[in-house]
Design a protein around this ligand. Structure first.
Ligand code: VGL
Ligand code: ZN
Length: 252
């Protein structure tokens, strides 16, 4: 257990990916095309397939957090195979309506354990432009990327459960760096940010969600999710609050 006054904060940027954002950007190979706002990216009027309102707007706030002396800066990516169970398109009618249908899935290792889960449009498919981190994000400052949701048999909102590419798991990775506090930001507040923050708290980290640096799929559930987070010991903090001030006070 860390000493009472020890403060080694990690920044966890959840799923700031094209499919969760309005107005997609596409990556193009470097070439003679006219320079765009972001090198090697062209804007498209199309929304990401699971676009969260205001999803792109949190990038500047997250970049300002990325410039602070966090002990470790981690990004997560939702990273699904095409046949993932959470895609409505992989289920027969009539219970295959994206955003509407809810299905029961069983734990592949224990069929008696089941959970109800919402179906989505296809999103963040491995190798597609929608799975890319958005180009506004200052990716060079990120030290570690977790690709989650790779098991087609299960939904996985939290970045802490069953990582496949990184067998050590995120919690161990954070502990290895001596992390004591976790600041969670990104998309979406009511799904992956929520579940990731709750798991961070369960792993024993003092956990915060930075309110201005997240957006919800269903903004109407914001207060309800906030109460549930508080029940799990996760505090919603402001970019202007004392918790972020404490990070600024660390020697960089
Ligand atoms: C998410 C729905 C489906 C998220 C991921 O990142 O919040 N939401 N997959
Ligand atoms: Zn997903």
């Amino acid at each position: 257990m860390p000493a009472e006054n020890e403060f080694k904060p990690a920044l966890l940027i959840v799923d700031l990916q094209e499919d969760f954002c309005p107005r997609h950007y596409f990556r193009v190979p470097p070439g003679p095309s006219p320079p765009s706002l972001f090198a090697n990216h062209v804007p498209s009027p199309q929304n990401g397939s699971l676009a969260v309102a205001g999803g792109r707007d949190i990038a500047p706030i997250i970049n300002s957090l990325l410039s602070l002396p966090f002990t470790l800066k981690v990004a997560t990516k939702d990273f699904h195979p095409r046949d993932h169970i959470s895609f409505a398109s992989n289920h027969p009618p009539p219970h295959n309506k994206p955003f509407e249908s809810v299905i029961t899935i069983a734990n592949p290792y224990n069929a008696s354990e089941t959970e109800r889960t919402r179906l989505w449009p296809d999103h963040c498919v491995q190798g597609t432009p929608g799975a890319e981190l958005i180009p506004e994000l200052d990716i060079a400052k990120i030290q570690h990327v977790v690709e989650k949701g790779q098991d087609k048999r299960v939904e996985m909102y939290s970045a802490f459960a069953a990582p496949f590419r990184d067998p050590r798991g995120l919690a161990e990775r954070l502990r290895e760096s001596g992390v004591t506090h976790v600041f969670v930001v990104g998309l979406a507040m009511d799904y992956c940010v929520n579940f990731t923050a709750v798991d961070a708290a369960k792993e024993g980290f003092e956990t915060y969600v930075v309110e201005e640096a997240t957006r919800a799929v269903d903004p109407g559930t914001w207060d309800e999710v906030k109460v549930s987070l508080a029940g799990h010991g996760v505090k919603m903090v402001s970019v202007e609050g004392r918790e972020v001030e404490r990070v600024k006070g660390l020697a960089s």
